[in-house]
Design a protein around this ligand. Structure first.
Ligand code: PLP
Length: 393
Protein backbone atom coordinates (compact mmCIF):
# COMPACT_ATOMS: atom_id res chain seq x y z
CA UNK A 1 0.00 0.00 0.00
CA UNK A 2 1.35 3.49 -0.88
CA UNK A 3 1.97 6.05 1.88
CA UNK A 4 -0.64 8.31 0.27
CA UNK A 5 -3.24 5.60 0.73
CA UNK A 6 -2.19 4.77 4.27
CA UNK A 7 -2.12 8.43 5.25
CA UNK A 8 -5.21 9.36 3.24
CA UNK A 9 -6.50 12.62 4.61
CA UNK A 10 -10.06 12.59 5.93
CA UNK A 11 -12.60 14.38 3.76
CA UNK A 12 -13.59 16.66 6.64
CA UNK A 13 -10.05 18.09 6.66
CA UNK A 14 -9.38 17.98 2.95
CA UNK A 15 -12.40 20.20 2.27
CA UNK A 16 -10.86 23.00 4.38
CA UNK A 17 -9.11 25.61 2.24
CA UNK A 18 -5.79 27.09 3.40
CA UNK A 19 -6.38 30.50 4.97
CA UNK A 20 -5.76 33.34 2.43
CA UNK A 21 -4.59 35.87 5.06
CA UNK A 22 -2.05 33.32 6.28
CA UNK A 23 -0.95 32.64 2.69
CA UNK A 24 -0.24 36.36 2.07
CA UNK A 25 1.37 36.64 5.52
CA UNK A 26 3.64 33.64 4.77
CA UNK A 27 4.64 35.07 1.39
CA UNK A 28 5.27 38.50 2.96
CA UNK A 29 7.56 36.97 5.56
CA UNK A 30 9.87 35.67 2.80
CA UNK A 31 10.45 39.25 1.54
CA UNK A 32 12.50 42.07 3.10
CA UNK A 33 11.07 45.28 4.53
CA UNK A 34 7.38 44.45 4.05
CA UNK A 35 4.75 46.47 5.93
CA UNK A 36 2.49 43.62 6.91
CA UNK A 37 -1.16 44.60 7.30
CA UNK A 38 -2.56 41.07 6.98
CA UNK A 39 -3.27 39.61 10.42
CA UNK A 40 -5.39 40.94 13.29
CA UNK A 41 -2.54 40.68 15.73
CA UNK A 42 -1.96 43.88 17.77
CA UNK A 43 1.68 44.92 18.20
CA UNK A 44 1.00 46.33 21.70
CA UNK A 45 2.02 44.36 24.80
CA UNK A 46 -0.70 43.48 27.33
CA UNK A 47 -0.88 45.71 30.45
CA UNK A 48 2.19 45.24 32.65
CA UNK A 49 0.36 43.73 35.65
CA UNK A 50 -1.11 41.08 33.32
CA UNK A 51 2.31 40.10 31.99
CA UNK A 52 3.63 40.00 35.56
CA UNK A 53 0.78 37.70 36.60
CA UNK A 54 1.66 35.22 33.84
CA UNK A 55 5.35 35.27 34.88
CA UNK A 56 4.39 34.83 38.54
CA UNK A 57 2.25 31.81 37.72
CA UNK A 58 5.19 30.21 35.92
CA UNK A 59 7.68 30.99 38.70
CA UNK A 60 5.33 29.77 41.42
CA UNK A 61 4.72 26.52 39.57
CA UNK A 62 1.02 27.21 38.95
CA UNK A 63 1.43 25.34 35.72
CA UNK A 64 -0.46 22.09 36.10
CA UNK A 65 -3.82 21.16 34.57
CA UNK A 66 -6.97 22.97 35.70
CA UNK A 67 -10.58 21.80 35.55
CA UNK A 68 -11.63 21.27 31.92
CA UNK A 69 -13.88 24.34 32.16
CA UNK A 70 -11.00 26.48 33.47
CA UNK A 71 -10.04 27.90 36.87
CA UNK A 72 -13.09 28.71 38.95
CA UNK A 73 -11.66 32.11 39.89
CA UNK A 74 -11.33 32.99 36.20
CA UNK A 75 -14.86 31.80 35.41
CA UNK A 76 -16.14 33.97 38.26
CA UNK A 77 -14.28 36.98 36.88
CA UNK A 78 -15.67 36.31 33.38
CA UNK A 79 -19.21 36.00 34.78
CA UNK A 80 -18.96 39.33 36.61
CA UNK A 81 -17.52 41.02 33.53
CA UNK A 82 -20.19 39.62 31.18
CA UNK A 83 -23.05 40.52 33.51
CA UNK A 84 -22.29 44.24 33.09
CA UNK A 85 -23.19 44.06 29.42
CA UNK A 86 -25.83 41.31 29.52
CA UNK A 87 -27.88 42.61 32.43
CA UNK A 88 -28.42 39.17 34.01
CA UNK A 89 -26.26 36.95 36.22
CA UNK A 90 -24.20 34.18 34.63
CA UNK A 91 -23.46 30.99 36.61
CA UNK A 92 -19.66 30.48 36.61
CA UNK A 93 -20.09 26.80 37.57
CA UNK A 94 -22.47 25.77 34.78
CA UNK A 95 -22.65 28.40 32.07
CA UNK A 96 -19.02 29.21 31.22
CA UNK A 97 -16.14 27.31 29.66
CA UNK A 98 -12.65 28.80 29.32
CA UNK A 99 -11.03 27.88 26.01
CA UNK A 100 -7.80 28.17 24.04
CA UNK A 101 -8.73 31.47 22.44
CA UNK A 102 -12.15 32.47 21.11
CA UNK A 103 -11.13 30.29 18.17
CA UNK A 104 -11.48 27.12 20.23
CA UNK A 105 -14.70 28.42 21.79
CA UNK A 106 -16.18 28.83 18.33
CA UNK A 107 -14.85 25.45 17.11
CA UNK A 108 -16.11 23.64 20.19
CA UNK A 109 -19.55 25.28 19.95
CA UNK A 110 -19.96 24.27 16.30
CA UNK A 111 -18.52 20.80 16.95
CA UNK A 112 -20.97 20.25 19.80
CA UNK A 113 -24.05 21.62 18.05
CA UNK A 114 -23.96 20.70 14.39
CA UNK A 115 -25.08 17.57 12.56
CA UNK A 116 -24.26 16.87 8.89
CA UNK A 117 -26.86 18.55 6.70
CA UNK A 118 -27.63 21.36 9.15
CA UNK A 119 -27.62 24.83 7.64
CA UNK A 120 -25.70 27.62 9.33
CA UNK A 121 -26.33 31.21 8.32
CA UNK A 122 -23.24 33.44 8.22
CA UNK A 123 -23.31 37.10 7.28
CA UNK A 124 -20.65 38.05 4.77
CA UNK A 125 -18.04 39.36 4.69
CA UNK A 126 -17.09 37.02 7.53
CA UNK A 127 -14.25 35.70 9.65
CA UNK A 128 -13.04 32.77 7.55
CA UNK A 129 -12.95 30.14 10.32
CA UNK A 130 -16.75 29.94 10.61
CA UNK A 131 -17.39 28.63 7.12
CA UNK A 132 -14.36 26.33 7.22
CA UNK A 133 -15.43 24.60 10.43
CA UNK A 134 -19.09 24.40 9.39
CA UNK A 135 -18.10 22.70 6.12
CA UNK A 136 -15.66 20.42 7.85
CA UNK A 137 -18.47 19.16 10.08
CA UNK A 138 -20.59 18.28 7.04
CA UNK A 139 -22.99 21.15 7.68
CA UNK A 140 -23.77 23.78 5.04
CA UNK A 141 -22.84 27.44 5.37
CA UNK A 142 -25.52 29.73 3.93
CA UNK A 143 -24.36 33.28 3.33
CA UNK A 144 -26.17 36.61 3.64
CA UNK A 145 -24.16 39.19 1.71
CA UNK A 146 -24.09 42.61 3.31
CA UNK A 147 -23.59 45.50 0.93
CA UNK A 148 -20.78 48.05 0.92
CA UNK A 149 -23.23 50.79 -0.11
CA UNK A 150 -25.20 50.02 3.09
CA UNK A 151 -22.03 50.13 5.20
CA UNK A 152 -22.06 46.32 5.36
CA UNK A 153 -25.12 46.38 7.63
CA UNK A 154 -26.94 43.09 8.17
CA UNK A 155 -30.73 43.42 8.02
CA UNK A 156 -33.22 41.05 9.64
CA UNK A 157 -35.09 40.92 6.31
CA UNK A 158 -32.03 39.70 4.39
CA UNK A 159 -31.39 37.13 7.10
CA UNK A 160 -34.99 35.95 7.06
CA UNK A 161 -34.82 35.44 3.29
CA UNK A 162 -32.22 32.67 3.63
CA UNK A 163 -33.82 30.76 6.52
CA UNK A 164 -35.11 27.26 5.75
CA UNK A 165 -36.47 24.45 7.94
CA UNK A 166 -32.86 23.15 8.05
CA UNK A 167 -31.46 26.36 9.56
CA UNK A 168 -29.98 25.21 12.84
CA UNK A 169 -27.78 28.13 13.73
CA UNK A 170 -27.14 31.77 12.83
CA UNK A 171 -23.67 33.15 13.49
CA UNK A 172 -23.57 36.84 14.36
CA UNK A 173 -20.29 38.71 14.52
CA UNK A 174 -20.80 42.22 15.84
CA UNK A 175 -18.54 44.21 15.84
CA UNK A 176 -17.54 42.53 12.63
CA UNK A 177 -14.24 41.32 11.24
CA UNK A 178 -13.52 42.43 8.48
CA UNK A 179 -15.90 45.42 8.14
CA UNK A 180 -16.09 46.94 11.63
CA UNK A 181 -19.91 47.05 11.25
CA UNK A 182 -21.92 46.92 14.46
CA UNK A 183 -25.40 45.36 14.28
CA UNK A 184 -27.86 47.96 15.68
CA UNK A 185 -30.03 47.11 18.68
CA UNK A 186 -33.23 47.31 16.60
CA UNK A 187 -31.93 44.74 14.11
CA UNK A 188 -30.84 42.41 16.92
CA UNK A 189 -34.31 42.69 18.43
CA UNK A 190 -35.85 41.57 15.13
CA UNK A 191 -33.34 38.71 14.80
CA UNK A 192 -34.16 37.65 18.38
CA UNK A 193 -37.88 37.44 17.44
CA UNK A 194 -37.04 35.50 14.29
CA UNK A 195 -34.90 33.05 16.29
CA UNK A 196 -37.84 32.26 18.51
CA UNK A 197 -40.40 32.08 15.69
CA UNK A 198 -38.21 29.95 13.43
CA UNK A 199 -36.47 28.05 16.18
CA UNK A 200 -32.79 28.49 15.43
CA UNK A 201 -29.84 28.93 17.80
CA UNK A 202 -27.44 31.88 17.69
CA UNK A 203 -23.69 31.96 18.08
CA UNK A 204 -22.74 35.53 18.93
CA UNK A 205 -19.04 36.25 18.49
CA UNK A 206 -18.38 39.50 20.36
CA UNK A 207 -14.58 39.37 20.46
CA UNK A 208 -14.27 42.99 19.23
CA UNK A 209 -16.75 44.53 21.69
CA UNK A 210 -13.95 46.38 23.51
CA UNK A 211 -12.67 48.02 20.32
CA UNK A 212 -15.56 50.34 19.55
CA UNK A 213 -14.62 53.95 18.92
CA UNK A 214 -16.02 57.45 19.36
CA UNK A 215 -17.70 56.61 22.68
CA UNK A 216 -20.15 54.14 21.11
CA UNK A 217 -20.98 50.60 22.30
CA UNK A 218 -22.64 47.39 21.10
CA UNK A 219 -25.53 45.25 22.34
CA UNK A 220 -25.45 41.49 22.84
CA UNK A 221 -28.34 39.51 21.39
CA UNK A 222 -28.32 37.50 24.63
CA UNK A 223 -29.72 40.51 26.44
CA UNK A 224 -33.11 40.13 24.70
CA UNK A 225 -35.81 38.06 26.44
CA UNK A 226 -35.78 34.38 25.47
CA UNK A 227 -32.31 34.54 23.88
CA UNK A 228 -29.93 33.30 26.54
CA UNK A 229 -31.59 29.87 26.34
CA UNK A 230 -30.75 29.58 22.63
CA UNK A 231 -27.48 31.46 22.30
CA UNK A 232 -23.76 31.03 22.84
CA UNK A 233 -21.68 34.10 23.46
CA UNK A 234 -18.04 34.00 22.47
CA UNK A 235 -15.40 36.38 23.71
CA UNK A 236 -11.79 36.42 24.82
CA UNK A 237 -8.65 38.25 25.88
CA UNK A 238 -6.91 38.59 22.50
CA UNK A 239 -8.23 41.90 21.25
CA UNK A 240 -9.29 43.62 24.47
CA UNK A 241 -6.01 43.11 26.31
CA UNK A 242 -3.71 42.54 23.29
CA UNK A 243 -3.17 38.96 24.49
CA UNK A 244 -3.39 37.06 21.19
CA UNK A 245 -0.50 34.69 21.98
CA UNK A 246 -1.81 33.85 25.44
CA UNK A 247 -4.62 31.94 23.68
CA UNK A 248 -7.42 32.60 26.12
CA UNK A 249 -11.11 32.85 25.33
CA UNK A 250 -14.46 31.59 26.57
CA UNK A 251 -17.99 30.62 25.72
CA UNK A 252 -21.09 31.46 27.75
CA UNK A 253 -24.19 29.39 27.08
CA UNK A 254 -26.97 27.19 28.45
CA UNK A 255 -25.70 24.76 31.12
CA UNK A 256 -26.45 21.51 29.20
CA UNK A 257 -24.50 22.73 26.17
CA UNK A 258 -21.56 23.97 28.25
CA UNK A 259 -21.47 20.59 30.01
CA UNK A 260 -21.11 18.79 26.67
CA UNK A 261 -18.46 21.24 25.47
CA UNK A 262 -16.58 20.71 28.74
CA UNK A 263 -16.73 16.94 28.22
CA UNK A 264 -15.20 17.38 24.74
CA UNK A 265 -12.56 19.79 26.09
CA UNK A 266 -10.91 16.82 27.87
CA UNK A 267 -10.48 15.16 24.48
CA UNK A 268 -9.07 18.21 22.72
CA UNK A 269 -6.80 20.31 24.96
CA UNK A 270 -7.83 19.36 28.55
CA UNK A 271 -7.78 23.04 29.53
CA UNK A 272 -6.42 26.43 28.52
CA UNK A 273 -2.78 27.00 29.57
CA UNK A 274 -2.54 27.83 33.26
CA UNK A 275 -0.18 30.87 33.10
CA UNK A 276 -2.61 32.40 30.59
CA UNK A 277 -5.55 31.68 32.90
CA UNK A 278 -3.80 33.41 35.82
CA UNK A 279 -3.00 36.35 33.54
CA UNK A 280 -6.69 36.38 32.55
CA UNK A 281 -7.78 36.69 36.19
CA UNK A 282 -5.48 39.68 36.55
CA UNK A 283 -6.66 41.21 33.25
CA UNK A 284 -10.28 41.17 34.42
CA UNK A 285 -9.44 42.57 37.86
CA UNK A 286 -10.06 46.19 38.78
CA UNK A 287 -6.27 46.70 38.80
CA UNK A 288 -6.14 46.56 35.01
CA UNK A 289 -6.61 49.58 32.81
CA UNK A 290 -6.73 48.53 29.15
CA UNK A 291 -8.26 51.74 27.82
CA UNK A 292 -4.90 52.68 26.24
CA UNK A 293 -5.41 49.84 23.74
CA UNK A 294 -8.69 51.22 22.41
CA UNK A 295 -7.31 54.78 22.38
CA UNK A 296 -4.25 53.68 20.44
CA UNK A 297 -6.35 51.86 17.83
CA UNK A 298 -8.70 54.82 17.50
CA UNK A 299 -5.69 57.03 16.67
CA UNK A 300 -4.44 54.50 14.12
CA UNK A 301 -7.96 54.22 12.70
CA UNK A 302 -7.97 57.98 12.09
CA UNK A 303 -4.55 57.87 10.42
CA UNK A 304 -5.60 55.03 8.15
CA UNK A 305 -9.05 56.38 7.31
CA UNK A 306 -7.77 59.85 6.42
CA UNK A 307 -4.72 58.48 4.63
CA UNK A 308 -6.63 56.05 2.42
CA UNK A 309 -9.29 58.59 1.48
CA UNK A 310 -6.55 61.03 0.44
CA UNK A 311 -5.29 58.56 -2.19
CA UNK A 312 -7.09 59.04 -5.52
CA UNK A 313 -8.85 55.83 -6.57
CA UNK A 314 -9.27 54.38 -3.07
CA UNK A 315 -12.26 54.74 -0.76
CA UNK A 316 -12.65 53.78 2.85
CA UNK A 317 -16.03 54.12 4.61
CA UNK A 318 -16.10 55.12 8.30
CA UNK A 319 -14.70 52.41 10.59
CA UNK A 320 -16.73 52.37 13.82
CA UNK A 321 -14.84 49.49 15.49
CA UNK A 322 -12.14 46.76 15.28
CA UNK A 323 -8.72 47.25 13.69
CA UNK A 324 -9.72 46.40 10.14
CA UNK A 325 -10.71 48.48 7.14
CA UNK A 326 -12.37 47.22 3.98
CA UNK A 327 -10.95 49.48 1.31
CA UNK A 328 -12.70 49.92 -2.04
CA UNK A 329 -10.06 49.58 -4.77
CA UNK A 330 -12.45 50.00 -7.70
CA UNK A 331 -10.53 53.05 -8.92
CA UNK A 332 -7.38 50.96 -9.46
CA UNK A 333 -8.91 49.02 -12.35
CA UNK A 334 -7.63 45.78 -10.76
CA UNK A 335 -9.46 42.99 -9.01
CA UNK A 336 -8.53 42.44 -5.38
CA UNK A 337 -6.34 39.34 -5.67
CA UNK A 338 -4.28 40.85 -8.47
CA UNK A 339 -4.09 44.14 -6.54
CA UNK A 340 -2.87 42.44 -3.35
CA UNK A 341 -0.12 40.37 -4.98
CA UNK A 342 1.07 43.20 -7.24
CA UNK A 343 1.14 45.69 -4.37
CA UNK A 344 3.10 43.21 -2.24
CA UNK A 345 5.61 42.60 -5.01
CA UNK A 346 5.98 46.19 -6.20
CA UNK A 347 5.86 48.29 -3.01
CA UNK A 348 6.08 45.71 -0.21
CA UNK A 349 2.75 46.27 1.51
CA UNK A 350 0.85 43.11 2.47
CA UNK A 351 -2.97 43.15 2.69
CA UNK A 352 -5.71 40.56 2.10
CA UNK A 353 -8.07 40.38 -0.90
CA UNK A 354 -11.78 40.88 -0.13
CA UNK A 355 -13.03 37.64 -1.75
CA UNK A 356 -11.24 35.71 1.04
CA UNK A 357 -14.04 36.94 3.30
CA UNK A 358 -17.06 36.12 1.17
CA UNK A 359 -16.25 35.42 -2.47
CA UNK A 360 -16.65 37.44 -5.65
CA UNK A 361 -19.13 39.82 -4.05
CA UNK A 362 -16.15 41.57 -2.45
CA UNK A 363 -13.78 41.49 -5.43
CA UNK A 364 -13.35 45.27 -5.33
CA UNK A 365 -12.14 45.29 -1.74
CA UNK A 366 -8.99 44.62 0.21
CA UNK A 367 -8.77 44.26 3.98
CA UNK A 368 -6.19 46.27 5.87
CA UNK A 369 -5.40 45.41 9.51
CA UNK A 370 -4.11 48.58 11.17
CA UNK A 371 -2.29 46.78 13.96
CA UNK A 372 1.03 48.53 13.17
CA UNK A 373 2.46 51.63 14.86
CA UNK A 374 1.41 54.99 13.40
CA UNK A 375 4.80 55.59 11.83
CA UNK A 376 4.72 52.25 10.02
CA UNK A 377 1.12 52.88 8.92
CA UNK A 378 2.23 56.17 7.40
CA UNK A 379 4.98 54.34 5.52
CA UNK A 380 2.35 51.87 4.26
CA UNK A 381 0.12 54.74 3.12
CA UNK A 382 2.99 56.38 1.20
CA UNK A 383 3.75 53.09 -0.51
CA UNK A 384 0.09 52.44 -1.34
CA UNK A 385 -0.13 55.96 -2.85
CA UNK A 386 3.02 55.22 -4.86
CA UNK A 387 1.48 51.94 -6.10
CA UNK A 388 -1.71 53.70 -7.19
CA UNK A 389 0.44 56.29 -9.04
CA UNK A 390 2.35 53.55 -10.86
CA UNK A 391 -0.94 51.96 -11.97
CA UNK A 392 -1.96 55.23 -13.65
CA UNK A 393 1.28 55.41 -15.65
N1 PLP B 1 -13.55 35.74 16.20
C1 PLP B 1 -13.19 36.66 15.31
C2 PLP B 1 -14.25 37.39 14.57
C3 PLP B 1 -11.84 36.93 15.07
O1 PLP B 1 -11.50 37.87 14.15
C4 PLP B 1 -10.86 36.23 15.78
C5 PLP B 1 -9.42 36.45 15.52
O2 PLP B 1 -8.98 37.16 14.68
C6 PLP B 1 -11.29 35.28 16.70
C7 PLP B 1 -12.63 35.04 16.89
C8 PLP B 1 -10.31 34.44 17.48
O3 PLP B 1 -9.72 35.10 18.53
P1 PLP B 1 -8.75 34.37 19.54
O4 PLP B 1 -7.40 34.97 19.36
O5 PLP B 1 -9.32 34.66 20.90
O6 PLP B 1 -8.77 32.91 19.25
Amino acid sequence: MKTDDIMKIAGRVECVQPSPPRAVFDLASTLDDVVDLTLGDPDLPPPENVRAAACRAIMEGKTRYSANAGLKELRKAIALDAEKNLGFPVDPDREIIVTVGAMEASFLSLYTLLEPGDEVVIHAPYWINYSQVVRSLGATPVFVYTRPEENFQLTAEALEAVLTPRTRLVILNSPNNPTGAIIPRETLKKIASLAQERNFAVLSDEIYDSLIYDGKSSTSILSFPGMRERSILINGMSKRFAMTGYRLGWAIGPAPLIAQMTKMQENIVACAPLPAQYAGIEALSSRTDSSFIRQEFQRRRDVLFNGINAIPGLVCKPIPSTFYAMVDICGSGLEAEDFVYRMLKEVKVATVFGPAYGGEFYKNFIRIAFTMKEERLKTALERIADFMDRLKK
